[in-house]
Write a protein that binds this ligand. Structure first.
Ligand code: CTP
Length: 415
């Protein structure tokens, strides 16, 4: 899909090492037929020259708020009005803080304050700066005001550390911008999904796990991107490729998955829990391989893992929560009970053991239950089922939040 043709993209670049990736983004945007104008902060110019961006965008790069010549050519308000969308990539911690404060102390911050078109930021910074509560609070505030937060990705960082804080790749940013104009059922929404099994370590070579393939969760992630959403997929170990446009975070065990989800959930509009999380983990993980001895039995003491889905549903300003239930009997009664017990908006239940469905299969069938409604999605490939389910989730979300987001409503309630 290319919805970027003839679109006017204002790209803001702030001062981080990832600024060099903005050059590739400009090139790709122009390949897709977009018009691009670049605004750089002073710090950005220490990482990449305006001349590079000028050559790639085919337009003069804007750097100064108080430059009479530049203002005469296209003033800052005119520039803010010119754009169909504004993207700041990379967005540093400092820029996000200034944006959250509503400062107008340089050209880019002023433009962001003056613009009425969709505004997205793609953060990039050291992982400790990203996880700092000051940055988290700034991000939550911006998200509440409707600023779209794209990324960051996880991985090795230029500073030598590893963790969240890498700028999303240009091709992913391109898809997000495309999605912004695609006007899909979930355009501009942030969707968080868990998928796959978890592995609970017994010793360095053994673990407890289950038979989840992750196919349903991955299909839902792809369908949500198609519908225009920004998608974060927190996945246990599976043999699947990450769908294009999805931010993938890997979690080996339930506690890691829980921590990753807790961190991301406050910014999510919709949470879909498809992961088959192990209910229990060994109380003690042996540091050395457990050797068999003469005894014919081995006893492992297990302790309960946190319920990731129930914990998200209990958050103040919780996202729209969707749970999955696998049942062997009395499906409707169990599914309805689970929905109420965990405080969910929607439960998607399937029969365990139905031939050709569930676990590792490519097909499935689902029974959906929500407050005051239910619907059957008959057996179909998981990819098709995922599209249908995303359509229903989008409709129910829209009915529940005709205006604003879960976070907005919570902020109004607690004001
Ligand atoms: N879930 C979760 N964290 C857990 C356990 C489950 O997020 N620790 C989520 C699953 O992703 C799924 C739903 O909760 O969306 C499943 O609920 P659960 O009560 O665990 O269902 P079953 O495993 O079918 O439970 P039971 O053994 O009670 O039938």
């Amino acid at each position: 899909m290319n919805c970027l043709s003839s679109k006017r993209i204002l790209l803001g670049i702030t001062g981080g090492i990832a600024a060099y990736k903005a050059a590739e983004l400009v090139r790709r945007l122009r390949e897709r037929g977009a018009e691009v104008r670049v605004v750089m902060t002073e710090a950005a110019q220490a990482f990449i020259t305006p001349l590079t961006l000028q050559a790639l965008s085919g337009q003069r790069v804007h750097t100064d708020l108080l430059d009479a010549d530049a203002e005469a050519a296209m003033g800052h308000i005119e520039l803010a009005r010119w754009a169909d969308a504004v993207l700041v990539a990379p967005a540093t911690a400092d820029f996000l803080a200034r944006l959250a404060q509503g400062r107008a102390d340089d050209l880019l911050a002023t433009l962001c304050l003056a613009t009425r078109v969709p505004l997205a930021v793609a953060p990039a910074m050291n992982q400790a700066m990203w996880t700092n509560p000051a940055t988290r609070d700034n991000l939550a505030l911006l998200a509440r005001r409707g600023v779209q937060v794209w990324g960051p990705a996880e991985g090795a960082q230029a500073c030598g550390e590893t963790g969240p804080g890498r700028l999303l790749e240009p091709e992913v940013l391109l898809e997000r911008l495309d999605g912004l104009f695609a006007g899909g059922a979930l355009a501009g929404k942030r969707v968080l999904i868990t998928a796959g099994p978890t592995r609970e370590a017994i010793d360095p070579v053994r673990f407890l796990s289950n038979r989840s393939s992750g196919k349903m969760g991955y299909a839902l992630a792809a369908a949500a991107v198609e519908a225009g959403a920004e998608v974060i997929l927190v996945s246990g170990p599976v043999a699947l490729d990450c769908p294009p446009g999805v931010t993938l975070l890997r979690a080996e065990d339930a506690l890691t998955m829980y921590a990753l989800v807790q961190e991301r959930a406050p910014l999510a509009d919709i949470f879909i829990a498809t992961a088959a999380v192990a209910d229990y983990r060994p109380r003690q993980v042996a540091t050395a391989k457990i050797k068999k001895d003469a005894a014919t039995t081995l006893t492992l003491e297990l302790e309960r893992n946190p319920d990731i889905l129930a914990a998200v549903a209990a958050l103040p300003g919780a996202p729209f929560c969707v749970g999955f239930a696998a049942e062997t009997d009395d499906l409707a009664a169990h599914a309805r009970k689970k929905r109420l017990a965990k405080g969910l908006d929607l439960v998607a239940a399937n029969w365990v053991g139905a031939p050709g469905q569930g676990f590792d299969s490519d097909d499935n069938a689902l029974e959906l239950f929500w407050e005051g409604g239910q619907e059957s999605l008959p057996e179909a490939p998981k990819t098709r089922l995922a599209r249908e389910l995303i359509g229903i989730i989008a409709r129910l979300y829209q009915e529940k939040y005709p205006q604003g987001t879960p976070q907005d409503l919570h902020a109004q309630d607690s004001a």
